[in-house]
Design a protein around this ligand. Sequence first.
Ligand SMILES: NC(=O)c1ccc[n+]([C@@H]2O[C@H](COP(=O)([O-])OP(=O)(O)OC[C@H]3O[C@@H](n4cnc5c(N)ncnc54)[C@H](OP(=O)(O)O)[C@@H]3O)[C@@H](O)[C@H]2O)c1
Length: 324
Amino acid sequence: MEERAGQPRTIELNDGSRMPILGFGTWKPEAIGSDMYQRAVEAAIAAGYRHIDTAYCYGIETEVGKAIQSKIQQGIIRRQDMFIVSKLWCTHHASEDIPVCLNTSLIDLQLDYLDLYLMHFPVGLKKMGDDLFPEKDGKILTTDIDYVNVWKGLEALKATGKVKSIGVSNFTIEQLERLLYVAKIPPAVNQVELHPYLVQSDLIDYCKSKNIALTAHSPFGSPGRPSEHQRGDMDPRTLLDDPVVGDIAKKHKRTPGQVLLRYHIQQSIAVIPNSMKPHHILENTKIFDFTLDEENMNALRSLNRGWRACIIPQLEPHPFYPFK
Ligand SMILES: NC(=O)c1ccc[n+]([C@@H]2O[C@H](COP(=O)([O-])OP(=O)(O)OC[C@H]3O[C@@H](n4cnc5c(N)ncnc54)[C@H](OP(=O)(O)O)[C@@H]3O)[C@@H](O)[C@H]2O)c1
């Protein structure tokens, strides 16, 4: 990947580590159990991605691990060239379960350490076997474990060296504020859904003011998310088909996808698009050699409608649910 248009390729985190600004997302539930993931992550590494975003709850860390190992064995990368991110799942918020979740990820990924470990979501879920969303009588079973205590567990993991940086995901300003009040180590990153339909300027300004880096998940509005996450007429047209995005893309002789990714990196926000298609995986790397002007950025921001692709409505009654 080339570096032009004055765009730094990494973001410096508040603990001194550097995170590549473009990463490859790996959430694709319908592909679990196939070798599609391994092939997609191998294609991503071949295309130049050095930041891979995965999670315990995606159920595909074994495939991601095989892809990383195969590229190391081919001499394409060394471990230290890669920035690997995983996430603690909500069923493992009890202090004794936190290292168990990390160790499972490390074993599956065939790694000694992660570059960044995130608390995936502020709401705790009951631990019942391997269930990711334990249910009784049709209700998801939550816990009242405080995310502030979970953060202490992440701080302890950092001390072991098995995770280089720690952060959170899907946290609100209020939750970050509460966390910062007690944290010995401030979160390096907050990974949240961001795109022109969900601009979140207040959250962006707040994180910048506290030196917490942002990573934008679902930058295309997650058009391939599982059907249970789709809301029919409640969902807007897909961002990739939005005429405003399309017009800007045409002006720059780019694709809508490239415009939606450039929108983040120009704000020094990391972005982690997912794709299973080699030509999209490559296309999504070509975002470093053009610039969106202020008019383009404002036109994209004007699409804001506070719409989220990724919600868990069953958890809405929980006091820590972040998307009220
Ligand atoms: N922290 C969290 O709670 C959280 C939540 C959601 C996601 N994430 C992370 O963020 C990553 C990205 O988000 P996401 O997977 O929800 O959705 P996304 O990246 O917004 O969208 C992925 C979809 O866009 C399509 N696509 C990709 N590149 C394209 C292109 N250039 N042109 C047209 N279509 C394209 C892909 O289809 P094809 O396969 O056909 O290309 C795929 O269906 C995830 O994979 C995951 O790592 C984190």
